[in-house]
Each structure stands twice: as C-alpha cells, then as structure tokens.
Design a protein around this ligand. Structure first.
Ligand SMILES: Cc1cc2nc3c(=O)[nH]c(=O)nc-3n(C[C@H](O)[C@H](O)[C@H](O)COP(=O)(O)O)c2cc1C
Length: 192
C-alpha cells in the first residue's frame, strides 16, 4: 500500500488545480493508497521561507530548527512513498505559498563538505500536478523543470500531470471527461 502526501499550493479552494488534484487523489485512494492532504496555504510559520541559518546542516536530524508548522510538516515527508505538489502556474513558477514550504525542504538534504550528499527523500517519488491559464505553448515546462531537477538531485523518481491552456471557470475543468480521465489515470499510476 503506497503512502502519498499531497501538498496543495493553490490559493483558490474552489480552483481547477484543487479539482483535478482531488480526482487524482481519489483514484489513488481507490487503489488502496493512503492519502494525506496538506494545505500549504494555511500552514503556520515563524518566517516565510528559509532563513539560510544552516542549523539543519549542522545537526544529524533531517529537521528545520524553526520548529513551526511548516518545519513539522516538512519533517514528515520521508514517511511517504510519494510526495505530490499541486499548484497553479504563477509567473511561470509555483505559487508563493508553496515556495515557503519547498525552501524548508533544504532540511531534508545534508550537503556534506566532502561532496557526499545524504538525502532523506532518496528512493521516493516526487510528483507534480499543475494547471496554467496562458495560451503559450509549453508554458508549464519551466515549472516542471523546477521540480524534476531537485527530484533527480535528491535521488527521487519524478512524474508530472500538467494541464495547460485552462480556460474553464474555477472548479469546472473536471467536467471535461478527457481531463478527468487524465487526472484519475495519474492518481492510479501514483498508487501502483
Ligand atoms: C498571480 C497569477 C499568476 C499567474 N501566472 C501565470 C503564468 O505565468 N502563466 C500562465 O499560463 N498562467 C498564469 N496564471 C493563470 C493560472 O495559472 C491559471 O488560471 C490556473 O489554472 C489557475 O488555477 P486555479 O483555478 O486552481 O486557481 C496566473 C494566475 C495568477 C492569479
């Protein structure tokens, strides 16, 4: 049974990103996966992001020393087989609320001075579910790269499910059968 944690970065609770992600997670649940949903937009934090204090690099633990809700949630990630990021495309990147969370993931990496890295997420799967509104071709490519490259660096596999050119009203994207099927298929694949 796969354990999946889904980090939601979309600020619109009724948005299309959350709607397609809900379908994907529902499909994974139907394959007996255990799903934990985290709303990154409501997590409490002492500072918005990483301070660059490097305390996490000096300790043996994979833990951000700020100790707030973002730190505590990030520290749980190694307990999962799959870590899903769900976000709308904001300025060719992920939403800022997610950036706060992702920067703290530095605490899950030990960058040894001898060049030897230790990664708490090695062997896990990182996944991305994203929507974008603009008509530009490949406009989700940059965002995908921003998650695929760290995945490779941390020794993780990577999968993405991208929905470009979204013009549907908030939450209605899933009314499109092909879109709904794509989201469900992705969730099913993550659970296997
Ligand atoms: C602040 C902001 C920035 C955005 N930046 C982009 C962008 O760079 N490229 C793009 O194609 N769409 C952009 N969009 C459109 C959203 O990515 C798109 O509408 C998305 O599907 C919204 O998802 P939601 O319904 O879950 O909120 C932006 C929207 C907002 C509000």
């Amino acid at each position: 049974m796969k354990k999946i944690i889904c980090i939601h970065g979309g600020p619109r609770k009724n948005g299309n990103t959350r709607a397609v992600t809900a379908l994907a997670m529902d499909a994974a649940r139907r394959q007996q996966a255990e799903i934990v949903d985290i709303d990154a937009t409501t997590l409490d934090f002492k500072v918005p992001g990483c301070l660059g204090c490097h305390k996490c690099q000096k300790s043996e633990e994979f833990l951000c020393s700020l100790g707030d809700q973002v730190a505590q949630t990030v520290a749980t990630l190694p307990a999962y087989d799959v870590i899903v990021l769900s976000t709308p495309l904001y300025w060719w990147s992920y939403a800022a609320q997610l950036k706060i969370f992702i920067d703290r993931m530095y605490s899950l990496c030990k960058f040894g001075e001898d060049g030897k890295y230790r990664m708490a997420l090695a062997g896990r799967k990182l996944a991305l579910i994203a929507t974008a509104g603009g008509p530009m071709e490949n406009n989700l490519e940059l965002l995908e790269m921003q998650w695929r490259i760290p995945a490779e660096m941390m020794g993780c596999s990577f999968e993405s499910c991208l929905f470009p050119n979204v013009t549907a009203a908030p939450g209605t994207l899933v009314d499109d059968r092909a879109i709904a099927a794509k989201a469900r298929e992705f969730g099913k694949m993550l659970a296997c």
